[in-house]
Design a protein around this ligand. Structure first.
Ligand code: PLP
Length: 359
């Protein structure tokens, strides 16, 4: 693997106090960059001071959205060790997203090492306070300057880092979600399985409508029949009906969440019945009315987000008295325990920052 050249900043910033951290507003001193040009491949991997880019106004990503990203985290444990959570899986997904967007593959070891090496350079930015972490955002954008719809001949892969605050400062609080029977996020055969900019643009209008109606998130139903659950906000959705935990299958319309996989793996290891199958809004509403429903979203930012209320066609359905369910809480506690090194990690999900990847 090509060596990563490191240029350190001459003007390091003071990281903010852990207590003041929120999400997505503060970035560290350095970033990783590497370019692709047709005929030359990916080249010049380097860590440089965090700084703005300049771009030709005709750069195709600005017009046609050929862009992918991922999101993962590093945690400082009670033992002071920094752990990267499921780095390999996030690196693999970045390339899977790239595949859907005709973006040339990046050597998986280079993706992992770009992140590990950058976190190492900025490791004093990994916050210490319980629940805080360092958010990692690998991104690939098409950089050719042209107007016309075809895959770009050049790309930029970059990684930025930012310390983020605890998602739940006062215990888990269940969210209120609105199932949309008008707006859709993605359809089978589209880009739903890729972490790509356009999917988030597509979600804005529906999300604003939900906010206006007093809900936090949209429960996205399938794009064809508006009948089956797809995702919630930017999370995967799971429901427990009776003794069965159900989550929609990876059918091309939804993202293959790493947290979704962590939860399924834990549930199976605990001997619980899990199904990756379509689940209709009617089945969920019937379970809610029968008091037989637990519901939560899964994603890197919140880990687990309990759902306390569901709106649909002008009706409101309270789930589990609006409180966090027992299984929801157990899943959250277990994953967070693994991330901070207070629980055993039988599935090998964490790696210590220490050793270089690919030796
Ligand atoms: C990132 C994301 C998720 C969650 O994926 P994780 O790997 O668990 O963070 C789910 N759905 C969408 C649309 C996402 O963008």
């Amino acid at each position: 693997m090509t060596e990563i050249a490191i240029t350190r900043t001459a003007t390091p910033k003071q990281p903010p106090a852990d207590e003041t951290l929120t999400f997505g507003t503060v970035f560290t001193d350095h970033m990783f960059m590497m370019e692709y040009h047709e005929g030359k491949g990916w080249h010049d991997p380097r860590i440089v001071p965090y700084a703005p880019f300049t771009m030709d106004p005709a750069t195709c990503v600005l017009h046609y959205g050929q862009a992918i990203f991922d999101g993962c985290k590093a945690f400082r444990g009670k033992d002071g060790q920094i752990r990267l959570f499921r780095l390999k899986d996030h690196a693999a997904r970045l390339n899977r997203s790239g595949h859907y967007l005709c973006i040339p593959e990046i050597d998986q070891t280079m993706v992992e090492e770009s992140i590990r090496a950058l976190v190492e350079v900025d490791q004093h930015w990994v916050p210490k306070l319980a629940g805080t972490s360092l958010y990692i955002r690998p991104t690939v954008i098409a950089t050719e300057a042209f107007l016309g719809v075809h895959p770009s001949h050049s790309y930029l892969y970059y990684v930025i880092l930012g310390p983020v605050g605890a998602y739940y400062k006062e215990g888990m609080n269940p969210v209120r979600i609105l199932a949309s029977d008008t707006h859709v996020r993605a359809v089978k055969g589209g880009l739903g399985a890729a972490k790509t900019a356009g999917n988030y643009a597509a979600s804005l209008f529906g999300a604003e409508e939900a906010h206006k109606a007093g809900y936090t998130q949209v429960l996205w139903l399938d794009g064809v029949e508006h009948k089956y659950l797809d995702e919630v906000g930017t999370m995967n959705i799971m429901v427990k009906i009776g003794d069965e935990v159900i989550t929609p299958p990876l059918n091309g319309a939804i993202l293959a969440g790493v947290t979704r996989d962590s939860v399924l793996t834990l549930l199976r290891s605990w001997g619980l019945r899990t199904s990756e199958r379509q689940v209709s809004i009617d089945e969920v509403l019937a379970a809610a009315k029968a008091g037989n429903l637990e519901m939560w979203g899964t994603g890197t930012a919140a880990v687990i987000s309990p759902v306390g209320e569901l709106g649909y066609k002008g009706e409101r359905y309270v789930i589990g008295d609006g409180k966090t369910g027992a299984l929801t809480q157990k899943l959250y506690d277990t994953i967070v325990g693994i991330q901070y090194g207070t629980e055993p990690d039988p599935h090998g999900w964490t790696r210590l920052l220490g050793n270089r990847i690919g030796g």
